[in-house]
Design a protein around this ligand. Structure first.
Ligand code: C2E
Ligand code: MG
Ligand code: MG
Ligand code: MG
Length: 284
């Protein structure tokens, strides 16, 4: 009996592995098709300047609603895209699409800074700076409105090469942000050398900000660090008014989170700005 049970266990084990493997293959197949068809959307999440009391920027976040598999979150498919190299084509699409949209808003009299997430695989390619440059040329977006988000870990790998790339990007007149700041292992002495503009405090430190004194200490330190280095600082994942008042007291520059708005399709984002900016209703 025990032997049989063991055998069953082994079978179950194998079949579950197989299912997971098959699932991944199917996901990869669908992702490949979606990439060829550019079957993605970009949603935009507002970033609110607490001093100006208005939306000064938006972060572009990719969305994928597959006909067969349904909605797949970027947290699931971006790692697979990186593993398979599809991220290069997807990233090219995101960069161009987001810049075209930002140019459209700018032409409508609503210049918004556009933040675009860049995968290390894109960033490390020798033609990356050229791609950014040719998109600036093609879309005619003011480079000052373009902001690229890179995580600190990505910058710490191959530091000298990264430093060179960052300087070339800065020469184009664009902005650089460090995403998910505080979760990585960046060396502060290196960080000081990087020509960056903004630190984005990771949402994991904001989540329990109101009750957790350790998180309060970390967030206060990051804001001070940023300001001492003449950088701007954005808090991600801002969900409550209490979080805003803590961050406002410590002079955090910008807020991004569900309290203000979730990421929205372009039309709804325009409507959000029209309805909030004149009244400053959402700026506590
Ligand atoms: P991220 O760049 O750190 O983006 C912030 C994530 O937090 C987004 O999730 C956003 O929807 C979510 N978020 C915003 N405000 C709140 C809030 O108040 N509470 C909570 N709980 N979450 C909030 P999303 O859109 O699922 O994206 C997840 C990650 O996927 C992004 O993290 C980024 O690393 C990656 N990603 C998204 N779009 C792209 C893209 O176009 N290219 C690349 N390379 N990566 C992307
Ligand atoms: Mg980001
Ligand atoms: Mg982030
Ligand atoms: Mg991230």
């Amino acid at each position: 009996y025990a032997k049989e049970k063991g055998k069953n266990n082994v079978q179950w084990y194998h079949s579950s592995i197989r299912t997971k493997h098959d699932q991944k293959l199917l996901l990869e197949k669908r992702l490949r098709i979606a990439t060829e068809r550019k079957d993605f959307q970009l949603h935009y999440q507002p970033q609110i300047d607490l001093g100006k009391k208005e939306v000064v920027g938006v972060e572009a976040l990719i969305r994928w609603n597959d006909k067969q598999l349904g909605v797949i979150s970027p947290g699931t498919f971006i790692p697979l895209a990186e593993e398979t190299g599809l991220i290069v084509a997807i990233g090219d699409w995101v960069l161009e699409e987001a810049m075209i949209q930002a140019k459209r808003w700018s032409d409508e009299g609503n210049p918004l800074r556009i933040s675009i997430n860049i995968s290390p695989i894109q960033f490390q390619r020798p033609d990356f700076v050229k791609k950014v440059e040719s998109n600036i040329f093609k879309t005619e977006l003011t480079p000052e409105l373009l902001d690229l988000e890179i995580t600190e870990n990505d910058l710490m790998y191959n530091r000298d090469e990264c430093l060179r790339t960052l300087h070339l990007l800065k020469d184009l007149g664009i902005r650089i942000s460090i995403d998910d700041f505080g979760t990585g292992y960046s060396s502060l002495s290196y960080l000081r050398k990087f020509p960056i503009d903004t630190l984005k405090i990771d949402q994991s430190f904001i989540k329990e900000l109101v009750d957790n004194t350790n998180d309060q200490a970390i967030v206060t330190s990051i804001i001070q660090l940023a300001h001492n280095m003449n950088l701007r600082v954005i808090a991600e994942g801002v969900e409550t008014v209490d979080m805003v008042s803590f961050l406002k007291d410590r002079k955090c520059d910008e807020m991004q989170g569900f309290l203000y708005s979730k990421p929205l399709p372009p039309k709804q984002l325009s409507e959000f700005i029209k309805s909030t900016n004149p009244q400053n209703v959402l700026c506590v």
